[in-house]
Design a binder for this molecule. Structure first.
Ligand SMILES: NC(=O)c1ccc[n+]([C@@H]2O[C@H](COP(=O)([O-])OP(=O)(O)OC[C@H]3O[C@@H](n4cnc5c(N)ncnc54)[C@H](OP(=O)(O)O)[C@@H]3O)[C@@H](O)[C@H]2O)c1
Length: 331
């Protein structure tokens, strides 16, 4: 089968489209023919985490397709069903944090940028009927992350004002749609004027530049919640803009992991700082129910063939995307 495989060298240099052994479904597993797959910033990071001396790895966490084989003991799904993949392995219930052993599809195990994948049967869910294959293939990781950080962790409620720095982000675009559906006022930032304009078109109440003085731009706003994922470039600005007693929830550090904060402002301001990562199977099911009830579709930036992977990865690396990038895997 065709697959995007990482081996031998760190970064993009180790990545190629090649023939790879097709997997078979063992006990409790399902074999999926992938129709589409979705890119995440994680895929760029995996290229550096997967070591030169480790066996070849098919990368990719997101995908949608058709079950073509079920292993012994599988009862929740049958061959022929259209499904999407839940990329979180080993986190069933909505607990405070993932249990030990929690892993993500696409490192250390093989991922979705291939014609076929085998996964535990509990990691597939029925494809939402209102999504086409491209939309279904880019949904899972980003929408699950957005759902948990916004609802489980930050506990957004109707009437809150939510600030989302870096709206180009795939997760950010779900945060915007989810927060709007929850009845919140939404403010987004971007370095790109074009992305600011487009974000207003699909529902943001206000869009400002990421590099502007937020306290000046938002002097008439009261920000209850900031959902942070940029890291060093914006973290301190996020803490400075949230209202006294407000919440900053973070799930990413696109620019840098190490940040400096004004701790006095933090404690005088009675601020809440929360961390979040992905989500459980329970939250994945809640998220699917939520997007079906509110008819929410991913913001799809572009669709590439597997052999165009270098263009797709470059686009993501350079933040030229607004929302999600898909691969078309099969016809
Ligand atoms: N913990 C988890 O479970 C989890 C899950 C998903 C993602 N993440 C992390 O969350 C982050 C977002 O993920 P994603 O897949 O949505 O990423 P993405 O689609 O690549 O978006 C990243 C966005 O960050 C902004 N950005 C990038 N460099 C910047 C800079 N130097 N200064 C200011 N803004 C910058 C850009 O927004 P503009 O172009 O609009 O400026 C860009 O679109 C990543 O760090 C990812 O690893 C974590």
């Amino acid at each position: 089968m065709k697959a995007i495989v990482h081996e031998g060298k760190k970064g993009m240099q180790g990545l190629s489209l090649k023939d790879f052994q097709e997997p078979e479904a063992g006990s409790g597993m399902v074999k999926i023919k992938l129709m589409t797959a979705g890119l995440n910033r994680r895929d760029l990071m995996v290229l550096n985490r997967h070591k030169e001396d480790q066996p070849p790895l098919i990368i990719g966490s997101d995908g949608a397709g058709i079950v073509i084989q079920t292993g012994d003991g599988v009862t929740n799904v049958a061959a022929g069903e259209e499904i999407i993949i839940n990329p979180g392995l080993g986190w069933e219930k909505n607990t405070d944090a993932p249990p030990s052993g929690f892993e993500i599809v696409g490192l250390p195990g093989h991922g979705t940028f291939a014609e076929y994948i085998t996964l535990p049967a509990e990691n597939v869910e029925k494809k939402p009927a209102h999504l086409n294959w491209e939309e279904a293939g880019v949904l899972s990781l980003a929408a699950l992350t957005a759902y948990r950080v916004l609802f489980t962790r930050a506990k957004v409620k109707e009437g809150d004002t939510v600030l989302i720095p870096g709206i180009g982000s795939g997760v950010g675009t779900f945060l915007l749609k989810f927060a709007k559906a929850a009845g919140a006022r939404t403010i987004v930032t971007s370095r790109s004027q074009d992305k600011q304009k487009k974000a207003m078109e699909f529902g943001a109440d206000l869009a400002i530049s990421t590099t502007s003085d937020w306290n000046e731009e938002l002097k008439d706003e009261t920000v209850d919640i900031v959902i942070e994922s940029i890291g060093r470039a914006t973290f301190e600005k996020s803490l400075q803009i949230v209202r006294k007693g407000g919440t900053v929830a973070t799930f990413g550090a696109t620019t840098d992991d190490i940040v400096e904060i004004d701790i006095r402002h933090f404690f005088y301001g009675q601020l809440n700082l929360l961390g979040s990562t992905m989500g459980s199977t329970e939250e994945f099911k809640e998220m699917l129910d939520f997007i079906e009830r509110h008819n929410i579709k991913p913001v799809l930036d572009s669709v590439f063939e597997l052999d165009e992977f270098e263009i797709a990865f470059d686009k993501l690396k350079n933040s030229e995307n607004l929302g999600k990038i898909a691969f078309r895997v099969s016809e």
